[in-house]
Design a binder for this molecule. Structure first.
Ligand SMILES: NC(=O)c1ccc[n+]([C@@H]2O[C@H](COP(=O)([O-])OP(=O)(O)OC[C@H]3O[C@@H](n4cnc5c(N)ncnc54)[C@H](O)[C@@H]3O)[C@@H](O)[C@H]2O)c1
Length: 308
């Protein structure tokens, strides 16, 4: 199992680290455009191998896509992150060119690869890869919902005063401050709906805190977060590599599901060796359906800025 991670910055390096620590891949290639940067990150990470007990080989390269050849999975984290006060959508001008160029280089050297898109605005970057890479639809996956769901569970556990392992919940919709659709109605503590324990006001607060989860961290850190994004990506990579058939909300090209077509947006999918093996259609309430539709309108507005 060979995995390439493009962008050896905060998210790319964190993602490579979690993949290595989970010890399911034979090789991780870290590629960056900044001279020597990926080589340095790879060497530093490899020096944790004996300490953390993994055998995954991490190789760093500067711009040399021949080293990524025959990757089973490629992760795109290259591009600029947001600064405090910015929206993810504002990154499109710079990141669209980077993502288009990177995905075409990846596919040239690994025509059968599965691509996981992380760079923001992620739903539109995933759409861009669909429109330009020539890969089958099941092989292009956007990571956002897995992270947003982890943040939702964190906020739910905080509100409940419960350990996170007691909590289950999922966020679908667009990966943006206004577009996220946290499915509060379906969230549970050990199978019991969280509404049994939390007032509407408290649940609403959880929902609002979840939606600005990324912005809250960007304000604190001065740049966007990396540990949870890296861990979320590593979960998707592992589900594919190990054919786990796990369900994650991912940005996926819809063709009528959830009443939407020709758009990449967060919906639950089953991930296995073939990438997206199934899109799971949930029965949404009227309010959730309306939220999903307005979320899609937001994503389409950003997609309209793309040039193919
Ligand atoms: N989808 C999500 O849930 C999620 C979560 C966090 C961050 N992000 C996004 O991930 C991206 C990366 O964030 P970060 O914090 O790691 O940023 P970062 O600045 O730390 O790292 C980005 C790296 O990309 C490299 N790069 C730029 N252009 C490149 C190119 N053409 N080829 C190869 N490498 C190139 C840069 O040199 C840099 O090292 C941002 O767009 C950010 O918004 C997405």
């Amino acid at each position: 199992m060979k995995v390439t991670v493009v962008g050896a910055g905060a998210v790319g390096a964190s993602c490579a680290e979690y993949i290595a620590i989970k010890n399911f891949a034979s090789e991780v290639v870290l590629l960056d455009i900044k001279e020597g940067f990926a080589e340095g990150k790879a060497m530093d990470l490899m020096q944790t191998a004996s300490l953390n007990g993994f055998d995954t080989r991490i190789v760093g390269v500067t711009g040399d896509y021949s080293k990524t050849a025959d990757s089973d999975i490629c992760v795109i984290t290259s591009g600029i992150p947001r600064k405090p006060g910015m929206t993810r959508e504002e990154l499109i001008g710079i990141n669209a060119g980077i993502v288009k160029d990177v995905s075409s280089n990846l596919v040239k050297h690994s025509p059968n690869t599965i691509i996981i898109v992380v760079s923001n605005p992620m739903d539109s970057m995933t759409y861009l890869v669909h429109k330009t890479s020539g890969l089958d639809k099941n092989k292009i996956i956007g990571m956002g919902g897995a992270l947003d769901s982890a943040r939702f569970k964190y906020r739910l556990a905080e509100a409940l005063g419960a350990p996170i392992s007691d909590v289950d919940g999922m966020v679908i919709g667009g990966h943006s401050d206004t577009g996220m659709v946290p499915l509060t109605r379906l969230a549970t503590r050990n199978s019991v709906p969280v509404s049994n324990f939390l007032s509407d006001d408290r649940l609403n607060q959880v929902l609002e805190d979840t939606k600005v989860g990324g912005a809250t961290l960007t304000k604190l850190l001065g740049t966007s977060a990396w540990y949870a994004p890296g861990a979320a990506v590593s979960g998707l990579v592992q589900a594919i590599a190990c054919d786990q058939k796990k369900m994650f909300p991912c940005s996926v090209m819809l063709d009528g599901e959830y009443g939407l077509k020709d758009i990449c947006i967060g919906a639950p999918v089953i991930l296995g060796r073939n990438g997206i093996e199934k899109i799971v259609e949930l029965e949404l309430s009227d309010a959730e359906k309306a939220h999903m539709q307005s979320s899609a309108e937001g994503v389409r507005k950003t997609n309209d800025l793309l040039e193919f």
